[in-house]
Design a protein around this ligand. Structure first.
Ligand code: ADP
Ligand code: MG
Length: 291
């Protein structure tokens, strides 16, 4: 492309809230044939809320106070949801110490010398805990596109908390525009299959990968590039940074973390997914002008 047409394209994209940080991203964007979207904070609002509290061996308030005691040390969007709910109910978070966040699993700490753990089924089961009596509550949560978080104090499972995140109002329309432009759309998430399936169906996405560990998102990108796709990755979190860097074009949601923004070649200032088809259309028009 001539420097002039690239400048015009970059300016045009900026009008749509797509800040192009690397000049060659404008030209690559028009060739994208697969867009991979992170779920939390990208397709969804990233401000989940507690939808259900199901206590098995404790009361609901105790369950929430313990969960809040862990989550007040965490910066994950799921943590915010639990803290909001505890605050709403006027609960004092339990004095949990020794906090640790485990990627793709959950969070853990100590209370009076006993381990407290809050996280997904796979992790707690791998720690030898049985969640059999919580399956019904779990299914209700996932049917509503929520994420079930199980809480254990010591070796006792106390219950499950459902946290759900609304899809951004324009995600479905933006995804439809991508499909109309002949582009495949795929979602990657650390969330479990049932929740991912429900969100993908609501957002109009045909293909998804669930239970992808943060460090493996970049591998999904590389795998799809290896199959010959020109891949865009769209994400907002620290988790997404390696995948953004591995893509042909990385789009960071501008309301996301700085690490994501620095790893991406395009920043979407409006937080809306429409910025992706906007940038692709502008790129296609720019490249066409040159020939
Ligand atoms: P994503 O951003 O795609 O939802 P993450 O890797 O951040 O993926 O999280 C994957 C899963 O790990 C969550 O769905 C949850 O089960 C568990 N998890 C991560 N962080 C927390 C947390 N702070 N509290 C409870 N569970 C968590
Ligand atoms: Mg995210």
């Amino acid at each position: 492309a001539t420097p002039m047409s690239v400048m015009v394209g970059v300016g045009k994209a900026a009008e749509y809230g797509a800040l192009i940080r690397q000049g060659d991203a404008l030209q690559s964007a028009g060739k994208i044939d697969l867009v991979i979207l992170d779920k939390t904070g990208t397709i969804t609002e990233g401000h989940p809320a507690v939808t259900r509290v199901h206590a098995a061996n404790a009361d609901e308030q105790r369950l929430l106070a313990l969960a809040a005691g862990l989550e007040r040390h965490s910066e994950h969007p799921l943590a915010e949801a639990i803290l909001d709910k505890a605050r709403e109910d006027g609960l004092e978070p339990a004095p949990v110490t020794g906090f640790e966040a485990l990627n793709g699993k959950g969070v853990q700490g100590n209370l009076n010398g006993e381990p407290v753990r809050l996280g997904n089924r796979r992790w707690l089961e791998s720690e030898g805990l049985s969640l059999a009596n919580l399956t019904d509550a779990e299914n209700t949560i996932t049917r509503e596109a929520g994420t079930p978080l199980f809480l254990a104090l010591g070796e006792e499972v106390l219950g499950v908390i459902g946290v759900a995140d609304a899809i951004k109002p324009d995600s479905e329309a933006a995804i439809r525009r991508l499909h109309e432009a002949g582009i495949k759309v795929m979602m990657v998430t650390g969330d479990i299959d049932a929740t991912a399936r429900a969100i993908a169906a609501k957002a109009g996405i045909d293909d998804y990968r669930a239970e992808v560990l943060p460090e493996d998102k970049a591998e999904v990108v590389s795998e799809m590039r290896g199959k010959g796709h020109i891949v865009a990755m769209v994400g907002d979190g620290i988790n997404d940074a390696p995948a953004l860097a591995a893509a042909d074009v990385g789009f960071a949601i501008g309301t996301g973390t700085d690490v994501a923004i620095e790893s991406a070649s395009i920043t979407l200032m409006r937080g809306s997914l429409h910025g992706v088809p906007d940038a692709i259309e502008i790129s296609r028009a720019t490249v066409k002008n040159i020939h």
